[in-house]
Design a protein around this ligand. Structure first.
Ligand SMILES: [Zn+2]
Length: 460
């Protein structure tokens, strides 16, 4: 009995020492991020000297070249490009739109949805059918929908605490709505912007073509305009208000592009990997600051922090700057394919693509309640002093998602910052560097460095 108690106390003592060592190392990483951090400056360069970087564009290539050079400069063990073919969609000349109320034309802020086709040169003018869901549209049938402009107007549900959940809840209107309307013979589609804020900034984003079926022009209008149009449709039953829009976008042939990868090679297990990444491409309306400039610059910063504080990971740690998250996910798919082809073992992959806001914690995809309890037992108290200790079951990220199929056993993790302001900016002309807070950005990078350190040391 005595011997057992003694063994138990030795184990407890060792455990306390390990935790103390972990706490000291993590403190050092935070100090480095907050005192000598470089991700804010790097983000400034990406946003102001390169700017928007839609897949296939010259700017996307500039971002590839620059971020590779940046990581080369940090002296990571490996820095390389991973070739991938990506779609090349271009917006063309600025879109225009108006509500036509008798002889009055009320201009409407509008942006084409990514991957949409152009309208005819003269634009489309037609009667409008307002619906709140795809189901409602399907219920109307072809006889009602044919030749009309379908207006999807289901707002964000404010009862969701996480705004990402509200986005997921309303998102099918943009992703799938235009394809369904096309099948029913609609002339075009306008979608209420996917945001809770009521303003005059329309939000772009990709829409999906139904395989084998024709596409119709699809665009997003601002929330203010959506409210106005809806009110007008209720007011003017006859003669009904009409809608006009014109857009000039085009899908060009695919272009060769790249994921950009930096790596610190593991001292014990060079063929076991922990990935941290975001996406290098962005929409074309602004600078892709929060979406996802913050994510890619934080990922690079994680490796820089490790190197600067002299932490040599046991497993290989990679920063991956994925290409083409926004309109095709080709970079993420390629990374997962090559991971399997090269017989890499992956312990975990963390994606940061929810904006560079105040960190709250991490969500673990497709894990059991027991698993998340163990993660909390092991890591929560160490992360608590930094307010990044909310460890839950939840989503991970679009770029790392394909790894689930190709590298069994990998744990997919999403970095979770505060979500309340993200969809005020997401995919709009407001997503600029000035809307990123330096400390919030740095705390996020440090939080990810801390979690990766813990996983590297103790596994999952
Ligand atoms: Zn994103």
């Amino acid at each position: 009995m005595k011997k057992f108690t003694l063994l138990f106390s030795v184990a407890a003592l060792l455990c306390t020492q390990v935790k103390a060592q972990d706490s000291l190392t993590i403190r050092k990483m935070y100090d480095e991020a907050l005192v000598n951090g470089q991700c804010y400056e790097n983000l400034h360069y990406l946003c102001k000297n390169i700017g928007q970087r839609l897949s296939g564009s010259a700017n996307a290539q500039k971002a590839v070249d620059w971020s590779k050079k940046l990581m080369d400069g940090y002296g990571f063990d490996k820095v390389y490009l991973q070739e991938v073919m990506v779609p090349h969609w271009v917006r063309g000349a600025k879109e225009e739109a108006a509500i036509i109320d008798g002889k009055t034309r009320i201009p409407v802020p509008i942006v084409a949805l990514g991957m949409s086709i152009a309208t005819p040169k003269a634009g489309i003018t037609a009667n409008v059918i307002e619906v709140k869901s795809i189901k409602e549209l399907e219920g109307l049938g072809e006889s009602v929908v044919k030749g009309k402009i379908v207006f999807f107007n289901r707002a964000f549900d404010p009862r969701f605490i996480e705004t990402g959940a509200a986005y997921g809840n309303a998102g099918d209107q943009r992703f799938m709505g235009p394809a369904v309307a096309a099948k029913l013979g609609a002339a075009g589609v306008i979608v209420r912007s996917l945001t809770e804020i009521i303003d005059d900034y329309p939000h772009t984003g990709a829409t999906l073509a139904a395989p084998g079926s024709k596409m119709i022009p699809a665009a997003a209008i601002s929330t203010k305009a959506a409210n106005k149009l809806s009110a007008m449709l209720k007011l003017r039953k006859f003669p009904a208000a009409k809608f006009y829009f014109k857009q000039n976008c085009e899908l060009l042939p695919d272009v060769k592009s790249y994921n950009v990868i930096g790596e610190i090679t593991g001292s014990e297990n060079p063929n076991k990997f922990i990935t941290v990444g975001g996406h290098l491409d962005s929409w074309d309306l602004a600078e892709g600051a929060h979406d996802d400039g913050t994510g890619v610059m934080q990922s690079v910063e994680v490796l820089r922090i490790f190197k600067t504080v002299g932490y040599k990971p046991k497993n290989s740690v990679r920063a991956v700057l994925f290409m083409n998250e926004e309109n095709g996910h080709k970079g993420g798919t390629k990374y997962a394919e090559l991971a399997a082809q090269n017989k890499e073992q992956h312990i975990a992959a963390i994606e940061t693509d929810e904006g560079g806001f105040t960190p709250r914690g991490f969500s673990f995809a497709d894990v059991s309640k027991d698993f998340i309890k163990k993660v909390n037992d092991n890591f929560k108290s160490i992360l608590e002093p930094y307010d990044v200790d909310k460890l839950t079951i939840g989503g991970a990220g679009t770029d790392i998602e394909p790894m689930k199929e190709t590298v069994p056993g990998v744990v997919l993790i999403g970095f979770r910052p505060d979500s309340q302001r993200y969809f005020d900016l997401h995919h709009t002309a407001k997503d600029v560097f000035e809307n990123v807070n330096k400390r919030e950005l740095e705390l996020g990078a440090a939080g990810m460095a801390a979690l990766i350190y813990l996983i590297d040391q103790h596994g999952l």
